[in-house]
Design a binder for this molecule. Sequence first.
Ligand code: GLA
Length: 391
Amino acid sequence: MKQDLYREFKRLFDKNAVNAYFSPGRVNLIGEHIDYNGGLVMPCAITFGTYILVAANNENVFRFRSLNFDEKLDIPVQRSYSKTGETWYNYPLGIIDHFLKENIELSGLDLLFYGDIPISSGLSSSASIEVATAFLLNDFFDLGYSKLNLVKFSKKVENEFIGVNCGIMDQFAVAFGEKDKALMLNCDTLEYQAVDSNLGEYCLAIINTNKPRKLAESKYNERVQECQQALKALQQELDILNLCDIDEHVFNQHKHLISDPVVLKRATHVVQENDRVKLAAIALAASNLSGFGQLMYASHDSLKNLYEVSGIELDTIAEYGKTNADVAGARMTGAGFGGCGIALVKESGFENFKQGMIDYYTAKIGYAPSVYQSAIGDGVGILKELENSDI
Ligand code: GLA
């Protein structure tokens, strides 16, 4: 595939690519919908991701091409850009716009994108393309921004240019991910630890519902807003900046301040999920995979019943997990509303799990999911330069 990318670049732009970059997608092991509440999350980078090949041009134009989408864009270098429609190139365009707003001088580029993250699968293809583009611009024009700055820029672009009020987890995970490590990230302080993912006899399975996500963005923003409402209510008595500044014990003493029952359910999920991540970290450190798995199931139930971001497809994935003795735990991962589930599965039982999941899911949902054994990979980086490349 990578070989094809270089060939395709040459064909499209009639020159060789000068550099190539890769940024992964991510899964989140536990800690869902709490990054934008200052919570603790545990994502890992995966080995699927976004590739970008680049060369400068002298025509002062940005040319965007993709192997995944037919839409392409040629746009002169100018002072700013705005989002156009719902096309894929809004993500890199948003990143370019952000650099321009930082008063960075950019010149024309020919860019070819390719992603092998299943589209709309909730594995953060958007954070992946944003961080890949930001990393590329920083490297190609030698701008000297830190990786953390690039993460913050990318989140800002998703919030302001794209219009999704996401937290920082995805952009952080795809930038800082490390092979065979999970990131324990405090989304309030942005302190993190890369911990051994230590799965012992287990492996991580990704199960794509293959259900296109609909309404995901508007529902997502609705949840963010509900959390803000809960925080405001609690702030009448508590001096806190984030919902995750309190544990369940403190929450229970003040939750009467939240009068809307739906908002109360959302806040209950957030506070309990944050507590669960702390327990999950202890379980992982002790190689207690069955304890970790139980927390995954509890997380899923809470996302289903309290946060209401699951759906029959994701519920079926978690439900099947409980029927298979080789599965320690399963849950939805990411924003929800379709997308992917994950499961901790005994490696020796993976093939059996895969077939069992496909059969169970297909019988209930009417079409098959895709099941992968996932490797945990590194974060964003430059691929070897073309001349030295063995690609
Ligand atoms: C999406 C967002 C993240 C996070 C998750 C849910 O992936 O981009 O910031 O909120 O949903 O945990």
